[in-house]
Design a protein around this ligand. Structure first.
Ligand code: SF4
Length: 292
């Protein structure tokens, strides 16, 4: 039987995947805005227990085609450990066609090109990466412990190895003060990486704005709704993507945007322009619909 340590998070696109919890919590757990795993002390699940959980699902073996390895950044596991997990999954589920996980860029950087390629060959095809921003000053302020250059290199290496990337950027992360640089440098990073999937979420305050301000190492002044949408305009205007599926439709977003970039860039910018020129009549999600 699967024995989950709650709360358990997975990307929306993994709704029909088997969620296997190989790690508990996030190995970093220090980003200023994030409370997802604040109740958990990071640990790696004992391999024997994990494999027993996989064995308990063998009767559904033919039905399991996708597996998401949780928690926060399970890609922090060593190459050897991930490799053994993938072997076990392939042996147990003959129709398995995709394994995915959350990763930090530094988890990718810790593996060699050959190791990344071998993981792909064993079925690890997609990584979800909360990049949050490409702006170094803002990354420091939120205590992400990543930088533009390091993320760009790691993410490009993953793509060259054949791993698909789903990247998340946080709209409003730096408030008014960092907004323009956040938008422009995040777009610049995406242009270097060319991810297959890109989504934006709006910064939320699970423990209140004052709590976020107390953890933010800088001057944080929150955006109003129009400020958030203006920042999205700068971000999208600066994107130069060959073929990226773009989604800004998470519950946290005020303005729902969907398209393929750069193909639909003009259409997305036109939608943003409509809101900015006539905010009173804009089709925005009211607060109660944002489900936060
Ligand atoms: S790395 Fe991700 S999961 Fe961990 S604290 Fe930061 S945002 Fe949260």
């Amino acid at each position: 039987m699967l024995n989950y340590d709650e709360p358990l998070y997975r990307p929306p696109s993994e709704a029909y995947s088997l969620i296997l919890q190989a790690t508990i919590g996030c190995s970093w757990n220090q980003c200023a805005f994030c409370e997802m795993y604040s109740t958990k002390k990071f640990r790696v699940k004992e391999e024997k227990i994990l494999f027993e959980e996989i064995d308990s699902l063998k009767m559904w073996g033919d039905d399991i085609k996708k597996v998401f390895i949780a928690d926060g950044n399970s890609f922090v596991l060593s190459f050897a450990k991930l490799s053994r997990i993938l072997d076990k999954l392939n042996d147990s589920f003959p129709k398995l066609n995709r394994v995915s996980a959350y990763a930090l860029p530094r988890d990718i950087a810790a593996k060699t090109d050959e190791e990344l390629k071998e993981l792909v060959e064993k079925g690890l095809k997609l990584l979800y990466v909360g990049v949050e921003s490409g702006d170094d000053e803002l990354l420091k302020a939120i205590n992400k412990n990543e930088s533009f250059d390091a993320m760009s290199e790691a993410l490009q290496r993953a793509r060259r190895a054949g791993i698909k990337l789903s990247i998340m950027i946080l709209n409003g992360l730096g408030g008014k003060h960092y907004s323009r640089n956040h938008a422009i440098n995040s777009a610049r990073l995406m242009n270097e990486v060319q991810p297959e999937y890109l989504s934006t979420l709006v910064l939320s305050y699970p423990r209140g704005c004052d709590h976020y301000k107390s953890k933010f190492k800088g001057n944080f002044e929150p955006h109003d709704t129009i400020g958030l949408i203006n920042e999205m305009g700068y971000f999208i205007a600066n994107l130069e993507l060959d073929n990226t599926v773009f989604r800004s439709d998470h519950a946290s977003n005020y303005l729902v945007l969907r398209g393929n970039l750069n193909r639909d860039k003009d259409m997305l910018l036109a939608k943003i322009g409509e809101v900015l020129t006539d905010p009173d009549n804009a089709n925005l999600r009211p607060e109660w619909m944002r489900g936060l």
